[in-house]
Design a protein around this ligand. Structure first.
Ligand code: SF4
Length: 241
């Protein structure tokens, strides 16, 4: 059984083509800008059978086309890697494309098995600088770099994702360091720059939690363009998502 928070059908922002996005429960990061703070607790969500999700995916298969499929996001999916490996294996048997959206903080035998059935990994990089990463997420970025290295060694197709938070993760040197670090990773197909937004802010009020980035504005077009221009030379393809 998987602990599922929610679903999105016909998603266009989490991997190639049209996708069924399954948001699962539980995460060990606590990002200041998390848009789904209600997915962080491992206790919430609904216990759901693998069969139920596979049937849901099969019923939407006609819409997936040649590129689309199922993405598992969160929360942090790798906390439920053993069950997810069963899900992805079943989806692959049905000819359905699989994507895993992860912060890369967990690596173990179950995650390695899950990756065997994963077509594309969407790897979220929160910050290159260890101190800034800890400030944003509450955790070190050491495991994420090891995870990225594993993906490189096993030539697993990867899209990097980077949330551009004004004043927090958009410094020129941070972006250059992101490009320099990953420029020779042949398995990285693209980098997605995710503009900072406050769409999840109301959830903090409902949860009676303080939203720490209250005063941070959305990105301006100039900031997004500047980030694109800095990062574009380093990757095969860069997209502002
Ligand atoms: S890793 Fe993702 S789900 Fe976890 S706290 Fe950060 S933004 Fe939220």
């Amino acid at each position: 059984m998987l602990r599922v928070h929610s679903y999105e059908s016909m998603g266009t922002h989490d991997g190639p083509g049209l996708r069924l996005v399954v948001f699962v429960q539980g995460c060990r990061f606590n990002c200041l800008y998390c848009a789904n703070p209600d997915t962080i607790s491992t206790m919430g969500g609904k216990e759901t059978s693998i069969e139920e999700i596979v049937n849901m995916a099969k019923s939407q298969k006609a819409f997936f086309g040649t590129k689309g499929g199922v993405t598992v996001s969160g929360g942090e999916p790798t906390l439920q890697a053993a069950e997810l490996a069963k899900l992805f294996k079943a989806l692959k048997e049905e000819g359905i494309n699989t994507c895993l959206d992860t912060n890369g903080n967990n690596m173990n035998d179950e995650v390695r098995e899950l990756l065997e059935y994963t077509d594309t990994v969407l790897l979220d990089i929160k910050h290159m600088d260890p101190a800034q990463h800890k400030y944003i997420t509450g955790r070190s970025n050491e495991n994420t770099f090891k995870f990225a290295n594993y993906l490189k060694e096993h030539n697993i197709k990867t899209w990097l994702r980077y949330v551009l938070v004004p004043g927090l993760s958009d410094q020129e040197e941070s972006l250059q360091s992101l490009g320099e670090y990953f420029k020779d990773y042949e398995n990285i197909e693209r980098l997605e720059i995710l503009p900072y937004h406050t769409l999840g802010k109301h959830k903090y009020e409902v949860m009676n939690r303080k939203y720490m980035l209250e005063d941070v504005p959305s990105n301006t077009e100039e900031q997004l363009e500047k980030a694109f221009n800095i990062l574009n030379p380093y990757f095969k393809y860069v997209q502002v998502n």
